[in-house]
Design a protein around this ligand. Structure first.
Ligand SMILES: *[C@@H]1O[C@H](CO)[C@@H](O)[C@H](O)[C@H]1NC(C)=O
Ligand SMILES: *[C@@H]1O[C@H](CO)[C@@H](O)[C@H](O)[C@H]1NC(C)=O
Ligand SMILES: *[C@@H]1O[C@H](CO)[C@@H](O)[C@H](O)[C@H]1NC(C)=O
Ligand SMILES: *[C@@H]1O[C@H](CO)[C@@H](O)[C@H](O)[C@H]1NC(C)=O
Length: 457
């Protein structure tokens, strides 16, 4: 009965993010949908659903080692007293698969709200979510009861869905910063997966940390040295009073974008060497050119890509006069950044869903794989990796069905044997009776005949 109930829930609530399944009273109080936000660290099983029992952390704030799981997979932790990462790490150590943290208030959880990493998020590999104080308190009431209730139907049981947008073609936007070491780490980690996915339908776009300061930010002064195209594209000054300027970063961003566009196979090597060798922003141009030569990339093609991207604002022709020009590459990047909302650096947007959690090459690969409507065969391991609670449930269900089927088969077989035996015995008895009858009739017949004979004589 419970199994059937679960199947119905999976189908019915496929669109929810967090769904309370039991107890019924809690479902009534919390409503059909509970909003949640994802942490910006840990490993988020994108494209998957997790189901599990929920219990309250002990201690409530999760700031010191938690008592081991009481049989639940998910744990509720109160906000405050220590960082999110500490809480989730403690939950992970206590054997939980998901941490649910309550906010201080009931403000709506903006989609771009992030539970920030404190710098140690890499050590966390379970996902964690954030809910409002109201939702948290209601859930806590029921999750605390568990300790004196043995009845499973009274325990809080929920389903959490980690959405991806499934498509045939995957659009990946990689948000990077020329000066940020972590951007190069992510690119380096992802390079092997880029090769694996090479023949798949994945469309990559690079965006760099640039902003427009031409009119919007009047109260914020940015030196034109840090901008190109009359403050259309600006970048933060990399060295304060030093000789380098934001322009150096913008020029490098254009160069990297062009290399990726024309030499995607060399791009990862370029990035690797650039990160190691080009440390001074004022020397990016000469340093980058050297690597381009080393990697046998056609410098002409990269320069042409750059020059072609500057266009006159009126007639959209190529122009050298930057005071009245826009840049087609950067314009596109600004648009994508705006579309994605507040995203950090480095970060990744897959099919318009912002990747949350610890950003690793493997993690990006996982999200890409899970965003395919029909994941390619090279993704299969990746997809199995994330099969946690949900699929265990399915496996158990299949096992149960198999077991019941076998039982029924054995039962039918035994029934058949018994039936056969009875039929045999019955028919033996019946024939015996019939034979006996026939024999006696035969005897009677002959005796009668004899008598008739005798009579006739
Ligand atoms: C924070 O710590 C104090 C003192 O240990 C405690 O009284 C309080 O309950 C804690 N806060 C939470 C949210 O658990
Ligand atoms: C690739 O993705 C970018 C950004 O999402 C988009 O502008 C572009 O049109 C896409 N290209 C193709 C061929 O779909
Ligand atoms: C400022 O930049 C935006 C976006 O690039 C552009 O649409 C707008 O025309 C610019 N305004 C001026 C005054 O240059
Ligand atoms: C560049 O364009 C601006 C604005 O149209 C103009 O005032 C300036 O003279 C031009 N500079 C050159 C070198 O053509």
């Amino acid at each position: 009965m419970q199994i059937i109930f679960l199947i119905i829930c999976i189908v019915t609530y496929a669109n929810c993010k967090l769904k309370v399944i039991r107890p019924a009273e809690l479902v009534d109080r919390m409503g059909s949908k509970v909003n949640m936000a994802l942490a910006n660290f840990g490993q988020i099983p994108f494209g998957h659903r997790l189901m599990g029992y929920v219990e309250m952390a002990d201690p409530y704030d999760g700031c010191s080692a938690l008592k081991p799981s009481y049989g639940s997979q998910f744990v509720l932790i109160e906000r405050g007293n220590c960082t999110f990462v500490t809480k989730v790490k403690n939950a992970q150590n206590a054997g939980y698969m998901l941490a649910i943290i309550g906010n201080h208030n009931d403000e709506p959880l903006e989609s771009d709200f992030v539970m920030a990493d404190d710098g140690h998020g890499y050590s966390v590999n379970i996902p964690s979510i954030f809910i409002t104080l109201r939702d948290f308190n209601i859930m806590k009431e029921y999750a605390t009861r568990k300790f004196y209730s043995e009845n499973q139907d009274d325990q809080v049981f929920i389903l959490v869905k980690f959405d991806v947008e499934k498509r045939d073609q995957i659009d990946v936007v990689l948000s990077l910063d020329v000066k940020d070491g972590d951007s190069y780490r992510v690119i380096d980690e992802f390079s092997q997966f880029y090769k694996i996915l090479k023949n798949e339908n994945v469309n990559y776009t690079l965006v760099y940390q640039i902003f427009n300061a031409n009119e919007t930010q009047t109260d914020y002064y940015i030196d034109t040295d840090n901008c190109i195209c009359s403050r259309r594209y600006c970048s933060m000054d990399p060295d304060g009073d030093g000789i380098a300027s934001g322009r150096n970063l913008i020029e490098e961003a254009i160069r990297q974008t062009c290399i990726f566009k024309h030499y995607p196979d060399n791009f990862f090597d370029y990035m690797d060497q650039f990160n190691l060798q080009c440390t001074k922003a004022q020397a990016y141009s000469t340093c980058g050119s050297k690597i381009i030569t080393n990697l046998k990339i056609q410098a002409d093609e990269i320069n042409k890509c750059r020059d072609d991207s500057f266009r006159d604002t009126i007639n959209h022709e190529r122009t050298q006069n930057l005071s009245n020009a826009y840049n087609s590459i950067l314009e596109h990047q600004l648009l994508l950044i705006e579309k994605a909302g507040m995203i950090g650096v480095p970060s990744v947007v897959v099919n318009s869903i912002v990747y949350k959690g610890q950003l690793t090459g493997n993690g990006i690969f996982g999200e890409i794989c899970n965003s395919f409507i029909y994941p390619p065969s090279i993704c299969m391991n990746e997809i199995d990796d994330y099969d946690t609670l949900e699929n265990n449930g399915y496996h158990q269900l299949i096992l149960v069905i198999l077991f019941i089927s076998i039982l029924i088969a054995i039962f039918i077989f035994i029934l058949y044997l018994l039936f056969k035996k009875f039929v045999k015995r019955d028919s033996v008895e019946v024939t015996q009776v019939q034979v006996n009858e026939m024999v006696s009739q035969y005897i009677k017949f002959y005796e009668g005949k004899d008598q008739q004979k005798q009579n006739s004589f």
